[in-house]
Design a protein around this ligand. Structure first.
Ligand SMILES: *[C@@H]1O[C@H](CO)[C@@H](O)[C@H](O)[C@H]1NC(C)=O
Ligand SMILES: *[C@@H]1O[C@H](CO)[C@@H](O)[C@H](O)[C@H]1NC(C)=O
Ligand SMILES: *[C@@H]1O[C@H](CO)[C@@H](O)[C@H](O)[C@H]1NC(C)=O
Ligand SMILES: *[C@@H]1O[C@H](CO)[C@@H](O)[C@H](O)[C@H]1NC(C)=O
Length: 337
């Protein structure tokens, strides 16, 4: 009897609807895992060619090099909507800064991906990013948040961005590994790894996750030819399964392809006049109005203007489902103490 009630509670919690997300909780920190789209300067400290150490990167960010765009990236915008500072690059923090930072950190690293073998030169693989976060939780945060219960509350109410996998589908960055498997099998390999790492974050205390699909399919070429589609298509189901095994976890998926489809279907609506050419073609000249371009460089990085639209749509609009980030932020946490 008792067991069947437990089972029913478990099931109903698993299929809880959006309307259940009502209570008002503030988000203490934003922790960021990803690649160049979110890297705020980790690669500046590593021996890698994937380093935005030149003009005009960060031209609209006081020329403080480290980001792969002209200004702020999606983690920066999402942090500002949460009233948090921009998450600093883990590798750009001294030991004493690390032990005083309680509003979030970015472990994102350009050229790296989900697999240990993906990357150009040195970078933080997802395994390493999760390793750095483990050190944050075990060594740094306890110095600032001394009460263990408060630390668990901090971790449970924080948001975790996991936007990674583009480079695992990039032939040069992944060293053609994807070509060794069927697209279906490769997506499963990547998803097994991602879910394993999410489980590690969960075991450390994380509960609220925003996980991204992959941006390498062109919106108007979202066919079975585009291998990363298999990852994006399977992701929501995999997270739903994970939610049922990790009690109290909440996931929302950022549909990156759909956001860019919306923009390219109706560029004027978003203030863009050029959705085709990069604002800065390497070695060429910089475009006149960076707010009117979708693409910043010829490697898939977008302009600050594009990242802002995508961030807003995920935070307040429909780009993230089943929850907007705002809904996720407000969702009550099932307390464990
Ligand atoms: C890295 O840290 C230094 C020293 O605190 C700071 O001046 C610089 O702006 C930081 N870089 C980035 C990209 O935030
Ligand atoms: C990836 O590297 C980490 C160390 O960074 C290691 O612990 C892990 O076992 C490796 N994963 C695989 C699948 O080889
Ligand atoms: C990937 O494969 C292509 C041919 O399909 C080859 O030209 C290229 O050198 C390979 N790249 C790597 C990094 O192995
Ligand atoms: C669609 O994507 C596939 C694989 O990425 C590529 O081979 C093909 O050329 C693309 N087609 C168009 C029309 O862009």
């Amino acid at each position: 009897m008792e067991n069947s009630i437990k089972l029913m509670l478990f099931l109903s919690f698993c299929f809880v609807s959006n309307q259940a997300l009502l209570a008002n909780a503030s988000v203490p920190a934003l922790y960021v895992f990803g690649d160049s789209h979110l890297d705020p300067g980790n690669n500046m400290h590593l021996n890698t060619p994937a380093k935005p150490n030149r003009w005009p990167y960060a031209i609209d960010f006081h020329n403080i090099r480290g980001r792969f765009t002209n200004g702020r990236n999606m983690a920066d915008f999402i942090a500002s909507y949460l009233d948090l500072p921009f998450p600093p690059a883990y590798l750009n923090l001294s030991d004493s800064e690390r032990s005083q930072t309680t509003t979030g950190i970015s472990y994102a690293s350009a050229s790296c991906g989900i697999l240990n073998t993906t990357g150009a030169g040195e970078c933080l693989t997802l395994a390493k990013q999760v390793g750095c976060f483990t050190s944050t939780v075990k060594n740094d945060l306890p110095l600032a948040i001394k009460d263990q219960e408060k630390l668990q509350d901090h971790l449970a109410n924080s948001l975790y961005l996991v936007f990674i996998g583009n480079n695992d589908y990039h032939d040069a960055m992944s060293h053609n590994v994807s070509n060794k498997f069927s697209p279906d099998k490769y997506a499963d390999i990547l998803l097994d790894e991602v879910t394993k790492h999410i489980k590690t974050l969960y075991d450390l205390g994380a509960r609220k996750f925003v996980v991204s699909g992959i941006s390498s399919c062109q919106p108007h070429n979202y066919t079975k030819d585009c291998k990363s589609r298999y990852f994006a298509d399977k992701l929501p189901q995999r997270l739903q399964e994970l939610r049922c095994t990790l009690s109290g976890s909440l996931f929302t998926v950022y549909d990156v392809v759909n956001v860019y489809k919306k923009i390219t279907d109706n560029p004027q609506k978003y203030g863009f006049t050029n959705i085709q050419d990069p604002c800065y073609p390497e070695g060429g000249s910089l475009c006149k109005d960076r707010k009117k371009y979708l693409r910043f460089d010829q490697y898939s990085h977008q302009t600050e203007a594009a990242y802002e639209i995508a961030s807003k749509d995920c935070f307040y609009g429909q780009a993230c489902s089943p929850y907007s980030i705002l809904e996720l932020a407000k969702a009550p946490i099932i307390s464990h103490h």
